[in-house]
Design a protein around this ligand. Structure first.
Ligand code: GLA
Length: 381
């Protein structure tokens, strides 16, 4: 990969000395959907698909970036204000990071070549991967690479600059991931631990529905404000004053009379318990029960949180009808993107052929399959 990056860097910038290489992974969320900004638990992991960068620092007052996937380049002047671009959306993730680092870090002049292996708009967090990649490169230059701080900078870029009110899960997983481990992150305290992710006779398959998703265009922010309203109602009616929905038990949803807000809160609070239950099942190697919890999560995201949609529901219901599959759910923010399935190793080929054919018959779309490795977080390579 380094050879490929070096050759392309040379083609774009006309020199290839003193280049540094970095990799920032995408993430898959095993379980814990929409619990992050509600102060709950999540169980994500970094994957071996992600974004590579070849970088050469210089003393100019300018950052040049070329994106291989976008086949597009951009120049950023460091002595001017960083202004959001409406024509090149990808550059906003980089500008947002600069904006959130400029007061505490030196942003050096540099030439950057970027190449990503994540499928486009698939909900595997290419935006978090890019934010964390850029924050890590600047941190590397400044010799300050606190991973949690880098994750928070990435989230701030997304919240204040890009305009999506996302939680901390994606950036945290991209920054702190570890090979073969899932993270269990408490999103209200940022305390976390690593758990083994060994499925023995089963494997994890990620399936891209081919229905593209765009976080900013989706109803993501609407869901966030529905959760905020639900919390406000519970706080007022119960006389308690908590900071997050996940500090309450499902019992408290009785205070919400609005049916939509009730369903949103019920999903969030029950999903939070499912993360803890799923972690226990993995620890005890009770994979069948783990699989059941994945299905429950999907059903709640479909019926209560309403973020799945026809394509993801079709993938999960097809998955569940295959004998080798013991659990499946959508992963990430939903509204298109990917699902995941836990399938017997010996049924892998048969499962893929089965889903492939039936999914296209039912939706007219082509599904893509990834047997991903759970990998380390952002790193110098
Ligand atoms: C997106 C956001 C995350 C999280 C998930 C849903 O991936 O970036 O913060 O809210 O959706 O669980």
């Amino acid at each position: 990969m380094k050879k490929f990056l070096k050759e392309n860097f040379l083609k774009i910038y006309g020199y290839d000395n003193d280049i540094k290489y970095f990799f920032s992974p995408g993430r898959v969320n095993i379980i814990g959907e929409y619990t992050d900004f509600n102060g709950g638990y999540v169980m994500p992991a970094a994957i071996n698909l992600g974004i590579y960068a070849a970088v050469s620092f210089n003393r100019n007052n300018c950052v040049k970036v070329f994106s291989e996937n976008e086949k597009s380049s951009s120049g950023i002047l460091l002595n001017e204000n960083f202004v959001k671009s409406s024509s090149k959306k990808w550059i906003n993730y980089i500008l947002g990071v600069f904006e959130n680092m400029k007061d505490k870090y030196t942003i050096p002049g540099m030439d950057i070549y970027i190449y990503g292996t994540l499928p486009e708009s698939s909900g595997l967090s290419s935006s978090a991967a890019l934010e964390v990649l850029i924050a890590y490169i600047i941190g590397f230059y400044n010799k300050k690479t606190d991973r949690t701080e880098i994750a928070l900078i990435g989230q701030a870029a997304e919240n204040n600059f890009v305009g999506v009110n996302c939680g901390i899960m994606d950036q945290f997983a991209v920054a702190n991931g570890k090979a073969d481990k899932t993270l269990i992150l408490n999103c209200s305290t940022l305390d976390f631990s690593y758990n083994d992710f060994k499925l023995d006779e089963y494997c994890l398959i990620i399936i891209n529905s081919g229905k593209k998703r765009q976080l900013s265009d989706s109803k993501y922010n609407e869901r966030k404000s529905e959760c905020d309203k639900a919390l406000e109602i519970i706080n007022k009616s119960s006389g308690e004053d908590k900071n997050f929905l996940c500090e309450y038990s499902t019992e408290y949803t009785k205070y919400i009379s609005d049916n939509i807000l009730y369903k949103r809160a019920f999903h969030v609070i029950s999903e939070n318990s499912r993360v803890k239950d799923a972690a226990l099942c993995l620890k005890n190697k009770d994979f069948k029960e783990f699989g059941k919890i994945l299905y429950e999560s999907h059903n709640s995201l479909r019926d209560n949180f309403e973020v799945t949609g026809f394509e993801l529901d079709t993938l999960v219901s097809l998955s569940s009808s295959h004998k080798g599959c013991i659990g499946a759910r959508m992963t990430g923010a939903g509204f298109g993107g990917c699902s995941l399935a836990v399938v017997k190793n010996s049924d892998y080929e048969d499962f893929i052929n089965y889903i492939n054919k039936n999914y296209t018959d039912l939706t007219g779309l082509k599904a893509d399959f990834f047997k991903v490795e759970i990998s380390d977080g952002v790193k110098f390579i």
